[in-house]
Structure formats: structure tokens, C-alpha cells
Design a protein around this ligand. Structure first.
Ligand code: NDP
Ligand code: OXD
Length: 319
């Protein structure tokens, strides 16, 4: 029996992520062509691409493409694609992803604040010794990027008692959070920051932003004895040699890094064994297909019913 295909088709190009979980919500629609890159039997049937780090060729020769859905919140992997057609790009904004990022950021802030790396070293050598502990209210956290993820993390950290500020491109008003914006606000933002959390997207403007000149401007008089860097954004934001140099000369006393460029982090990277660095393998806020794929299908159905696409990316800004 042949199934009549009457609905616009979907192509899943999910890079290093397994495609099957993203296909599940479409399984009940046999009339909707579903292709998994690189097998695209009928390119003209494809109206939507669900993409994570897609190869450039995934967008080539799709004459009826209507929209691209990033499988993550970040879109640098799509916006930078040379073969990107001029169609709307939708990104993930979902409480599931936001909560995951806030968990990771809070964990890393507390881990440095409560000196967990030092206690882990003490435990390894059976040392029972209390380390002097400032209260959260004496510690200033600065969130670089006050978007969907940054705002939520900022609010939770403020609730824990930290003095929280955020920095963004445009002016913001977030209850309980001191806000700074633009190049003009950066120095003041950094100067009041003991724990810097990077949650900006990777764009031509932000590439390499976490460099020595930023570490020079962080507060050196804080209750932790020196500043800490936490990067949950993208590896391309950070200048690795500058982080290592700052850890060496005390401009940073610790770091938590979830993202690198390239990934995976090279086996011989000095970050792996650095006693004051936490490395996690790009898992700060993993995209949970069983949740997010349903959301994408619902967005497609609403669009096909005449609605507009949500969470659109401004390609000229890069996020
Ligand atoms: P949003 O687009 O909602 O927010 C981005 C924020 O960064 C905005 O406040 C924006 O300012 C600010 N920003 C962008 N460019 C600049 C700039 N040049 N100068 C100052 N501020 C700037 O993104 P999300 O919060 O949803 O996500 C942030 C990033 O987190 C993603 O792009 C992705 O790279 C990363 N991520 C990492 C994950 C992981 O597992 N490690 C998981 C999910 C996301 P404004 O508000 O003025 O526009
Ligand atoms: C994302 C990511 O951008 O997982 O969502 O990095």
C-alpha cells in the first residue's frame, strides 16, 4: 500500500545527536514525509529542517524550504552555515531547557562559593579542616547575557542571597537585579563582579569576549579572594590561553567551563587536570528531545494553521 503524502515534509539533520527521538512526534503522521540526513529521497517535499550542527549541504537543494528549527537555544551552528537559505530560523525557548541551565549555573556558583574543589582535595587526603566561608550576600555574581537563560539564573541566584547583576546589549529591567548594558556598561559591570557567568550567544561581536582584558577588569577585592569564571555559553566566547594565564597569576581563582572550541575538548588540554577548573562536556542544558520535539511539531502545526513562528532569530544580529 502506498501512503498519500499530502503534508509538508520534515528533514532532521541533528549532527552528533541521535535523530530518532526528534522523529517520534511525527510518527503519527504517515502523510508527512520524514527524512533523516543524509537520506533525502524527495528534497522538494521538505519544508522544515530540524537542525543541530548541520553540514552545509543539508540546506542545499531544498527548493520548498519554509523554516529551520534549531534543536538548541543557540543558533551559531545554523547562522554560520554557508548554505543557509533566507528562511525564518526558530530557536528553542522552553522551561525544560531554561531550568537545566539554571541548575548548572547555580551548581557551579555554589561549588566555587562553598569551596567544594578544595574540600574534595581535603577529602582525598582525609583532612578535616574548615575553610573560611563568606555568606552569599557578600558575593557579587555578574551574568553576562540577560536573555531567556541569564534572567532565570540571575533570579534564582538572587533568591539564594547573592548580589546579582546582569549585562546585555540593550537596557533591561529585571526585578532584584542590577543591570548594565552595552560597551559603555561593561567596565562597571565587571568591576562589581566576583563570579562572572557567561550566557551570551556566540556572534561576531562576542567571539573571544572572555579574554585577558575582561579578567583584568573583574573585582579583585571580593569576599572569595579573587574572581571566578563560569562559561555555559559557547567555547568561542573564551580565549583559553588568557584563562590559563589569569588562573596562573591570580586574576582568576577558579573556572567552570562547559563549552569549548573545538569540542570535544582535546585530551591533552591543561583544563582537564587543572586543580581549580571544573570541566563538563557541553551538558549545562541538554536539549531533551522527548520534550522539545513535541514543542517543535506544535509550532509547525500552528504555522500550517496560519499562525506565526515563535522565538525567531535575527540573523543580522546572529542570535
Ligand atoms: P537569548 O538570545 O535569550 O539571550 C542572549 C542575551 O545575550 C541577551 O540578553 C542579549 O542582549 C545578550 N547579548 C547578545 N549579544 C550581546 C552583546 N554583543 N553584548 C552584550 N550582550 C549581548 O539567549 P539564551 O539566553 O536563550 O541563550 C544564551 C546562550 O546560551 C545560547 O546562545 C547558547 O550559546 C548558550 N547555551 C548553552 C547551552 C549549554 O548546554 N552549554 C544550552 C543552551 C544554550 P539583549 O537582551 O539586549 O538582546
Ligand atoms: C544549546 C546547546 O544551544 O545545547 O541549546 O548548546
Amino acid at each position: 500500500m502506498t501512503v498519500k503524502t499530502t503534508l509538508p515534509g520534515v528533514l532532521i539533520a541533528s549532527g552528533n545527536w541521535a535523530p530518532e527521538p526528534w522523529a517520534v512526534p511525527f510518527a503519527g503522521e504517515p502523510e508527512r514525509p520524514l527524512a533523516i540526513w543524509p537520506h533525502v529521497p524527495d528534497p522538494a517535499a521538505i519544508h522544515y529542517v530540524l537542525a543541530w550542527r548541520p553540514p552545509a549541504e543539508a540546506f542545499a537543494n531544498l527548493p520548498n524550504l519554509k523554516a529551520v528549527f534549531s534543536l538548541g537555544a543557540g543558533v551559531d551552528h545554523v547562522v554560520g552555515n554557508e548554505a543557509l537559505p533566507d528562511v525564518p530560523i526558530v530557536r528553542v525557548v522552553d522551561p525544560d531547557l531554561t531550568t537545566r541551565m539554571t541548575e548548572w549555573v547555580t551548581l557551579q556558583v555554589l561549588l566555587h562559593h562553598r569551596q567544594h574543589l578544595a574540600y574534595a582535595r581535603q577529602q582525598a587526603t582525609h583532612i578535616w579542616r574548615e575553610l573560611r566561608q563568606p555568606v552569599a550576600n557578600d558575593v557579587r555574581v555578574g551574568i553576562m547575557g540577560l536573555g531567556e537563560l541569564g534572567r532565570d539564573a540571575a533570579t534564582v541566584l538572587a533568591r539564594l542571597g547573592f548580589q546579582v547583576a546582569g549585562w546585555s546589549r540593550s537596557a533591561k529591567n529585571v526585578p532584584g537585579i542590577e543591570t548594565f548594558h552595552g560597551e559603555d556598561g561593561l567596565t562597571a559591570f565587571l568591576g562589581r563582579t566576583d563570579i562572572l557567568v557567561a550566557l551570551v550567544p556566540l556572534t561576531p561581536e562576542t567571539r573571544g569576549i572572555l579574554d585577558g582584558s575582561v579578567f583584568d577588569r573583574l573585582a579583585s577585592d571580593g569576599a572569595l579572594g579573587g574572581p571566578v569564571l563560569i562559561n555555559g555559553g559557547r567555547g568561542g566566547l573564551q580565549v583559553e590561553a588568557d584563562i590559563l594565564a589569569a588562573l596562573e597569576d591570580g586574576r582568576l581563582i577558579g573556572a567552570s567551563l562547559d563549552v569549548f572550541e573545538p569540542e570535544p575538548l582535546a585530551a591533552d588540554s591543561p583544563f582537564w587536570d587543572h586543580p581549580r577548573v571544573v570541566v563538563t562536556p557541553h551538558v549545562a542544558a541538554s536539549s531533551e528531545a522527548s520534550v522539545l520535539a513535541n514543542g517543535i511539531r506544535n509550532q509547525i502545526l500552528a504555522f500550517e494553521a496560519g499562525g506565526s513562528l515563535p522565538n525567531l532569530v535575527d540573523v543580522s544580529r546572529g542570535y
